[in-house]
Design a protein around this ligand. Sequence first.
Ligand code: PMP
Ligand code: GLU
Length: 395
Amino acid sequence: MKISQRAVQVQPSPTVGMAARAKQMIRQGLDVVSFAVGEPDFATPEHICQAAYQAMSAGHTKYTAASGIPELKEAIVARLRAEVGLDYDADQVCISNGGKHALTNIWQTLLDEGDEVIVFAPYWVSYPVQIQLCGGKPVVIETEASCGFQPDPEEVRSAVTPRTVAILINSPTNPTGAVFDQETLQEIASIAAENDLTIVSDEIYRNLVFNGRQHLSIAMLDEETKARTILVDGVSKSYAMTGWRIGWLIGPKDFVTKAGSIQSQQTSGPSSISQHAALAALTGPQDCVAAMRDEFEQRRDFFAEALRQLEGIQCNVPPAAFYLFPDISAHLGRSLAGKQIDTSLQLAEYLLEQGLISTVPGSAFGAEGFLRLSFACSVEDIERGVQRLKTALEI
Ligand code: PMP
Ligand code: GLU
């Protein structure tokens, strides 16, 4: 059967793929420790599940408005106002099937063929592919672990061309857990203003900032920056609701209306039941968010300390999210159990097959020489996994 060039070129998401492979091995009876998965291991809080049952009983089982139910839009803007002081109207929100879908809506609404988007590496795996699928060109700027993965503003300035339309930022960042500091955000905002660029700010990890620090959104800098920014957020990471598939974009009304038109033709509104569950998440008690964040913070400290004991692994302690992103380049070029290991992919394959530990290679995030280790798993799993890493790397 004919397959389009677009489809021929696309590869499956390596994060989704690695997590699925670990799950399959576990189903086959293998005792795999999974550091691959990028989703909270906690159950969705009970009051949120109850709201979904009630939504079904109350007959909320039909199509909703294509861009989502008004109550949820109101709840989204109210929470943002209460938490970070950002003021939006409900009609500046389009609710989609997860943050991933909100992002694809953004690229479809924003990009014409050949438009360039500045993306910082290490980047979340799906960014470049999504941009390419919408006819755009990702222009990748690398950031260094030694600088806490903050981009160099001069490099950003020189990457701007007449085809540049947007800068994509993701703070807190997947896969590094980095948080862009105020100065960095200010520089990015200035470059965007100088060149009349849109800022797309994926803030899906904004509730997982540690050490009592507050999240800083680029839209909080000033009104002009806010007016050129499109925010992406969702319930997946904050409320352990990955499977419910609710995310959203917030931005200028004309842009959001067009994104809603695209969504109305392509997918219609997201699940009515999930929208009611998300409404309960945003309007109900918020202590579950803090409790999960505290638990992640303890795991981070435990994991980072345990990794520090291993030879040839260097790891920043991430200020946010639930990933460690250690530099494992000292292990590349080695032969382990008769296998030549020259790339992070080969190391990840080796660790899975020989060590029964699933990880995601840095190359998937545009950063060779690193591995992503998720700590969205129990402390017992972290202990067992680090012990296995030690054994697998000490051969
Ligand atoms: N952005 C980033 C950086 C992510 O890690 C994820 C997780 N998959 C998403 C967006 C989208 O999450 P979801 O589609 O589950 O809302
Ligand atoms: N964001 C998660 C991850 O990076 C979930 C999988 C995905 O959608 O990429 O692992």
